[in-house]
Design a binder for this molecule. Structure first.
Ligand SMILES: [Cu+2]
Length: 150
C-alpha cells in the first residue's frame, strides 16, 4: 500500500494548474514584447479602438511587420485569443505604422500543457510493463513444461 501511495504521489503533484489569462494593454510601445503561456491559456488584448490585432503567419513576417499574409483578429477590444497548441504565435497592430514605428507587436511562446490528468505516464508504463513481464513469465513456464501451480 505504501508502494502504491509512493507511485501515486507524483500524480498529485502533476495536477495541472487552471488555465490562465494574461491581459495585454494594447497600446503604443507595449512592454514586454513577449508573453509566455501554456496550452489552454488565453491572452486578452485590451484596447478601446484606434488599433487592431493581426496574427502573423511566421517569425519573418513578424520581424518585418509585414501584414500581407496576416489574419485580422479584430479592430475593437477586448480580443481574447485562446492557445490550443504549442508553438510561437506572433501578433501586431496593422493600423498605420503602429507595428514598425510604435512598438505594437507581441510574440507569445506557448508551452505544451501539463500531462493529461487521471493517468500518470510512469504509472501507466509501470502497469503495462508488469503485464508484459507476467505474460513472458507464463510463456516460459509453459515452454519448460513446468506446472504453473504446485
Ligand atoms: Cu495600433
Amino acid at each position: 500500500m505504501c508502494a502504491l501511495a509512493a507511485l501515486l504521489a507524483p500524480c498529485v503533484v502533476a495536477v495541472p494548474a487552471l488555465a490562465a489569462n494574461v491581459d495585454v494593454t494594447w497600446t503604443f510601445n507595449i512592454s514586454p514584447h513577449e508573453i509566455d503561456v501554456q496550452v489552454g491559456d488565453t491572452v486578452t488584448f485590451q484596447f478601446a479602438g484606434g488599433h487592431d490585432v493581426r496574427e502573423f503567419p511566421d517569425a519573418a513576417a513578424y520581424g518585418s511587420c509585414n501584414f500581407s499574409s496576416a489574419s485580422l483578429l479584430g479592430s475593437a477590444g477586448p480580443i481574447v485569443v485562446p492557445f490550443d497548441t504549442p508553438g510561437v504565435f506572433y501578433f501586431g497592430c496593422g493600423v498605420g505604422a503602429h507595428c514598425s514605428a510604435a512598438g505594437m507587436y507581441l510574440q507569445v511562446p506557448v508551452a505544451p500543457g501539463p500531462p493529461v490528468p487521471g493517468v500518470h505516464p510512469l504509472l501507466l508504463a509501470g502497469a503495462l510493463g508488469s503485464v508484459g513481464l507476467g505474460s513472458a513469465w507464463l510463456a516460459r513456464r509453459r515452454e519448460s513444461g513446468a506446472p504453473l501451480r504446485r
